[in-house]
Design a protein. Structure first.
Lengths: 237, 615, 260
């Protein structure tokens, strides 16, 4: 059994008076790709923000890479090796592609070969051609690739990937799936939130189904695909 | 007009623009990253000049070379940069999460402290700086002589812009600053420690202000008034250019430099007004400035910073209010002339502060130029008596009308904005009013103002005039307090709490805010009129920034979260000021430190302490 | 009879189409839910009806009157009450004060500078609070209430304008699961009892299928299905978009195989 890289237990969070998470428990294993599946409003993005420390956890514990990161500032969590790709991308639009990568640069841990812009150009050939271009002049799909590349520059051990296929054209979705699978090949654990069963099935080993701020079902991706009952209850109308 | 003259005029505009840009670029960088509008930026500029007039002559003793001159300038800039770092570590770090009003006030507290520190260290006399070796001559341009140092300044502005560009685009620090200006939180989520970034930015911003000040020494003497005059100009430049945008600041500085250079030919009296009119026009058409971007929606505080529950007076409060009124009425009977004077002024400032908290505490409209309406009321009354030959009674009636009319005019623009931009615009309008009173010497007497503003014969004694003031101020406060409890006051609080909800239940938020601004301006105008007759004179300090800040300090001291706090705050503030100011040479230092202490430790003021004691 | 008619609404932001030819109608006393995945155009459609957004083309007609492009305060005066995804209330006021404020606005007395606001329409406000079961909390500061109760008060605020139509943007968002059903039941009772039409968006499918009379499914700004809950549930197109099954399954599978 592989060891857990990220452990979340009893996580509660919300915005102002509104409560969104009612006690989320989940585990991400080292090197695996897990899909956090759920309808919109179920609490996927909130879970990721709370893990990163972008939203205060009102209750619960967060452990990452063997340390208790509950209450840490986002920059501390990031420095420990947890990358975050937000749903709305949050590219620095005034900056060029290369500059966006520079913002994300952190030294590699544990003697691994660090990510460099050159390595990322071969990973995302499209970006190489537009390295000097302002990010505001990129298409949505290109921006999505850039956010992933930017996060990789931090040499993370695990990445939270919020809705990576959202709003992208089919051909870009395929490239995105390719990128996730290559991250896995590099030994990076990925927790991605998804609404698309096809995309999740293509990249994830395991599925975690969230609804109304709690994890309702956990199993292999194959099991979810074959269990119409679970899908009907938690994912479709 | 010949071509040579126009060219030279334009060149001198460019020289001023260069100097202004260097200062404003620092202000805009600091705002972009920290989201704090730093009043103390003007103090950094002044400190740059003072340090330079100290260091540069000392260096020139060794050798009168241009190299040593500019070494001295750079040393001054770096020294000021270090002071900026100190300010970030000691103060700003505690301010990032407090409301904008408190941020502005706290940095203004630094302004006051630096003013007294400068007087203590360098004395009250202006200190002229040395001319720059190698740049002391004039240059012939199309038949006109033009100072070589001005030409040098014209070059240095774009040079600084270029260096800043390199810093911003070729270094990691600069790239992080640009990224943080767009999205601070995401920069943090990528592993960047924001605290270090903020400290570095403050060094850069303060050093630019210091550089601007140090470069001025061959042109102007170092004086203890240079902080506030430059800060308003720098505010205007950053607001017109778009807060956070360095190229915007450059563009705006050039625009303003040319406007001033040629405006002085057409309207010699009102160049300042032209600048502020440009700002008002830009803000109405492009609320975020020429090259600025809309603010990302900031997270809403859980509770509004202002009046919470409006409760009626309980037994204790009624007793206190009754005693206060009785004491005010008894002062002429038992007190000496000095006590009567202080009591009269307390009543006047209580009304002014109450009208300000009607806007700030009740309406969430943070006005940084409330003294304008106070001063305009004073000028209306004073000029009608001295130049118009009217008696006191109609002049006192004209004071609130003047305050209200100008508030209606300025408020029309003000209520279109919100947050920091609104505060900046109120400040700008106050500076327009100040500039007109200052520059229109024939009518207003300029800097000296007008004397001979005396009450009618029946009210000429201090005692009787005290009762006139008491009647007007107490009735006005009671009336305005009534409005707070009336549907109109509740509507303002509703719009402050949630503009979206107010809109959805059918409230025209803008119109109500405009009415409130007008009403508060009228009340402040009445207070100003009363003040003019109590002093017997009017002068431009009645509309100046320091008085606006006094009013804000009063409501902060009293507690902006309660209805009557402003009155208590005005009484306490004015009494303390009157007692302690003659005793110390460091009144402003103490005031500045107290404002900072209030913001950091005691943000709910006297009324908050009272409520805590009652509970 | 038709209370709200939405005809051919279009809205684009930059080059992105957020609503394309959205058309639907709503009768008095009817509850119509708009559902759809993220970015489907639900909020855009909603805000065009509520006046927060002006449509590029198309019309919004309320009880025979064209309200297209009117600002929210005007839409409110035409008889539309609204609740927000994150409840919007007046935090400095008491529970009853919030409802009184809405009544003061409804009666056009916001510029009254003399009357005592705390006494105006208090009884009417208490009656409205009673309708949502919150009269017992009338004098508490609204900031102290549990979020579910805040949402009930927000409903009372919306009802203060005696609306013919209620717009509810994700009424159950942010509420604890057990509070959700009760709020939806309350809304349904008030709507049917008072002949008020309700247009709502919602993520919680239990809430939608238990209470909506009809459901409108939006995807990428277009209405792809409309009908009773049973019809929508049986619609294969709806199932497909909700699971993001978009025809390139094979290609995605091939990628996975390539990575072993």
């Amino acid at each position: 059994m592989a060891e857990a890289v990220l452990e979340v237990s009893g996580l509660k969070a919300g915005y102002g008076p509104a409560e969104v998470l009612f006690g989320v428990d989940l585990t991400l294993m080292r090197g695996e790709v897990a899909a956090l599946m759920g309808r919109n409003g179920a609490g996927k993005s909130t879970t990721m923000k709370a893990i990163m420390g972008l939203l205060p956890a009102r209750a619960g514990r967060l452990r990452f890479a063997g340390q208790d990161i509950t209450g840490w500032a986002p920059y501390q969590v990031a420095r420990l090796g947890l990358g975050y790709v937000p749903e709305d991308r949050r590219i620095f639009t005034d900056l060029t592609v290369a500059e966006n990568l520079e913002v994300g640069r952190r030294p590699a841990r544990g003697g691994r070969a660090p990510w460099t812009p050159e390595r990322l150009w071969s990973f995302f050939p499209n970006l190489a051609e537009m390295r000097g271009r302002r990010a505001s002049a990129m298409s949505g799909g290109e921006q999505q690739m850039l956010t992933i590349a930017r996060t990789l520059m931090g040499n993370p051990d695990a990445v939270l990937l919020d809705e990576p296929s959202e709003g992208l054209a089919p051909v870009i979705v395929e490239q995105m799936a390719e990128a996730v699978l290559r991250m896995k090949d590099e030994g990076i654990a990925v927790l991605l939130s998804e609404q698309s069963l096809d995309f999740a099935a293509a990249v994830a080993d395991r599925a975690l189904v969230i609804e109304r701020g709690e994890i309702r079902w956990t199993g292999t991706m194959d099991a979810l695909e074959n269990d119409e009952q679970v899908r009907a209850t938690w994912l479709t109308v | 007009m010949d071509v040579g003259f126009i060219v030279v005029q334009s060149l001198s505009g460019l020289a001023s623009a260069s100097a202004l840009f260097i200062i404003a670029s620092g202000l805009t960088l600091v705002f972009g990253v920290t989201r704090i509008v730093n009043f103390a930026h003007g103090s950094f500029y002044m400190l740059g000049a003072y340090i330079a007039v100290t260091v540069v002559p000392w260096l020139l003793e060794i050798d009168r070379s241009p190299t040593l001159f500019f070494t001295g300038v750079l040393i001054s800039a770096i020294a000021v940069g270090v002071l900026g770092v100190l300010m970030e570590l000691l103060l700003l770090r505690r301010l990032y999460k407090v409301p904008e009003l408190f941020q502005l006030l706290a940095t203004f507290g630094v302004v006051l402290m630096v003013q007294d520190a400068v007087l203590k260290i360098w004395g009250p006399v202006d200190i002229p700086g040395p001319r720059a070796p190698g740049l002391r001559h004039g240059v012939e341009i199309l038949g006109q002589r033009f100072p070589a140092y001005e030409l040098f300044l014209i070059v240095i502005g774009p040079a600084v812009l270029g260096l800043l560009w390199l810093l911003m685009h070729r270094t990691r620090f600069g790239i992080l600053i640009r990224a943080a200006t767009r999205d601070r939180e995401m920069v943090g989520a990528l592993g960047v420690n924001q605290a270090m970034l903020f400290t570095g930015t403050l060094f850069l911003g303060a050093a630019l202000a210091g550089l601007g000040g140090a470069l001025q020494i061959p042109r102007v003497s170092a004086s203890s008034q240079m902080d506030l005059s430059i800060i308003t100009e720098a505010f205007v430049v950053t607001v017109i250019g778009g807060m956070g945008s360095v190229p915007g600041a450059f563009l705006a500085a050039v625009l303003i430099g040319q406007l001033q250079a040629f405006g002085v030919l057409v309207f010699p009296k009102i160049t300042l007004v032209l600048v502020f009119l440009l700002m008002a026009a830009v803000l109405v058409v492009k609320p975020w400035g020429l090259l600025g971007r809309p603010e990302a929606a900031a997270g809403r505080a859980a509770l509004p910073e202002g009046i919470l529950a409006v409760r009626g007076f309980g037994r204790v409060e009624k007793l206190i209010a009754g005693l206060a009124i009785a004491a005010m009425l008894a002062v002429p009977v038992f007190g000496d002339a000095y006590t009567v004077k202080v009591a009269t002024e307390v009543l006047i400032f209580a009304l002014a502060a109450f009208s300000l908290n009607f806007l700030v505490g009740n309406g969430g409209i943070v006005s940084f130029g409330h003294a304008a309406y106070f001063g305009l009321g004073a000028y209306a009354a004073g000029l009608l008596v001295t130049k118009g030959g009217l008696p006191m009674e109609p002049a006192l009636l004209a004071a609130p009308i003047a305050g209200g009319l100008f508030a209606a005019l300025f408020g029309f623009f003000v209520v279109r904005l919100s947050g920091i931009y609104l505060a900046m615009l109120t400040l700008a309008f106050a500076q327009i009013a100040y500039a007109v009173c200052f520059q229109w010497v024939e009518v207003t007497g300029g800097d000296n103002g007008v004397v001979g503003v005396w009450p009618s014969a029946w009210a000429a004694s201090r005692q009787v005039y005290h009762y006139v003031v008491a009647a007007c101020a107490i009735l006005a406060i009671i009336a305005l307090r009534r409005v707070v409890y009336a549907p109109f006051g509740a509507t303002l609080r509703a719009a402050r709490d949630s503009e979206q909800r107010a809109d959805a239940i059918g409230i025209d938020v803008r119109t109500h805010r405009w009415l409130a601004f007008t009403l508060a301006g009228g009340a402040a105008g009445l207070a100003g009129g009363l003040y003019a007759f109590s002093k017997g004179s009017i002068d431009p300090t009645l509309l100046a920034i320091p008085l606006s800040v006094d009013f804000l300090a009063m409501i902060l001291l009293g507690g902006i979260q309660t209805v009557m706090g402003a009155v208590a705050g005005a009484a306490a503030f004015h009494t303390i000021k009157d007692i302690f100011m003659p005793l110390t040479d460091f009144w402003r230092f103490l005031l500045g430190a107290s404002i900072i202490a209030l913001v950091l430790v005691f943000p709910r003021g006297l009324a908050g302490a009272f409520a805590g004691w009652r509970a | 009879m038709t209370l709200l008619a939405v005809e051919g609404l279009n809205k684009a932001f930059g080059g992105v189409v957020a609503a394309r030819d959205v058309t639907f109608a709503l009768s008095a006393g009817e509850m119509l839910a708009i559902i759809g995945p993220n970015g489907a155009g639900k909020s855009t459609t909603f805000n065009m009806v509520g006046g927060q957004l002006r449509p590029d083309t198309g019309r919004v007609v309320l009880a025979g009157q064209d309200i297209t492009g009117q600002p929210p305060r005007q839409v409110c005066r035409m008889g539309v009450g609204r609740t927000f995804q994150v409840a919007q209330t007046f935090l400095s006021m008491s529970v009853v004060g919030n409802v009184q404020m809405a009544l003061i606005a409804h009666h056009g007395r916001t510029r009254d500078m003399v009357a005592d606001a705390a006494r105006l329409y208090r009884d009417d406000a208490l009656a409205l609070l009673a309708r949502v079961g919150m009269e017992g909390e009338a004098d508490r500061p609204i900031g102290e209430l549990a979020y579910g109760d805040v949402k009930r008060v927000e409903l009372a605020i919306a009802l203060a304008a005696a609306p013919r139509l209620l717009l509810m943007d994700e009424p159950t968002a942010g509420m604890a699961p057990r509070e959700r059903a009760a709020l939806m039941q309350l809304t349904a009772d008030i709507a049917r009892g008072g002949g008020i039409g309700v247009l709502f968006t919602e993520h919680d499918m239990d809430a939608v299928f238990a209470h909506a009379d009809r459901i409108l499914v939006l995807v990428r700004g277009e209405v792809i299905a409309e009908g009773t809950p049973e019809e929508v549930r049986a619609n294969p197109e709806v199932q497909r978009v909700y699971l993001g099954t978009s025809g390139h399954k094979a290609a995605l599978r091939a990628r996975r195989a390539a990575h072993g």
